[in-house]
Design a binder for this molecule. Structure first.
Ligand code: SF4
Length: 183
């Protein structure tokens, strides 16, 4: 069930109370990122001829994905109006409160632009690795995995984020991602 947060946390543009997310909804909203991580890791497992190297690379990718999420919680979320509230769609805001203190929301845009590039390789490393292998030694399972990963990472995940969270975010006007979409 969707709840509403108190009046002290409203969307900036229309002054409507921001939606509050349950634990189950936060989990659902994390599924696209988790799915991308699992699919990316699978590309390394399927792509390497040596299973040990494949699993090591997959583990490194999963670790990078988890560390990337923690990085965002540490350096971006403290500047967000959703920090330590139930109105963060993925729950990062509450975890962020355990990692550090609230910081100036006026710097959200600047921090977003600075730190988002840290996790961007998650979208491209599996594609570049897998595409190189498909060109060198064609494999149907790897090609199918690459296509599914690309659909998930570049279509499903951004669409899901935009529809489920960003549309209601109180900082969407200062968010470089949403600002770029409106241009
Ligand atoms: S809405 Fe985004 S930036 Fe804000 S706390 Fe949640 S994950 Fe962090």
């Amino acid at each position: 069930m969707n709840r509403k947060v108190p009046n002290n946390h409203r969307n900036s543009k229309d002054c409507q109370p921001a939606r509050e997310y349950s634990g189950a909804q936060e989990l659902v909203n994390n599924i696209p990122y988790i799915a991308m991580t699992v699919l990316g890791a699978a590309i390394f497992v399927v792509g390497f001829v040596d299973p040990a190297r494949g699993w090591i690379a997959a583990s490194a990718y999963v670790t990078y994905s988890v560390m990337g999420a923690i990085w965002i919680m540490t350096f971006v979320c403290p500047h967000c109006q959703r920090w330590n509230t139930g109105s963060c769609p993925c729950g990062y805001g509450r975890f962020a409160a355990r990692l550090g203190k609230k910081k100036d929301s006026d710097h959200f845009k600047e921090k977003f632009k600075k730190h988002i590039p840290v996790i961007v390789p998650l979208w491209f490393v599996p594609i570049l690795f897998g595409a190189g292998l498909v060109v060198r030694s064609f494999s149907w399972p790897l090609l199918v995995l690459l296509v599914v990963f690309a659909l998930e990472a570049f279509i499903v995940l951004p669409l899901f984020s935009k529809k489920r969270g960003c549309a209601e975010c109180p900082q969407r006007d200062s968010c470089p991602w949403m600002g770029r979409k409106r241009q």
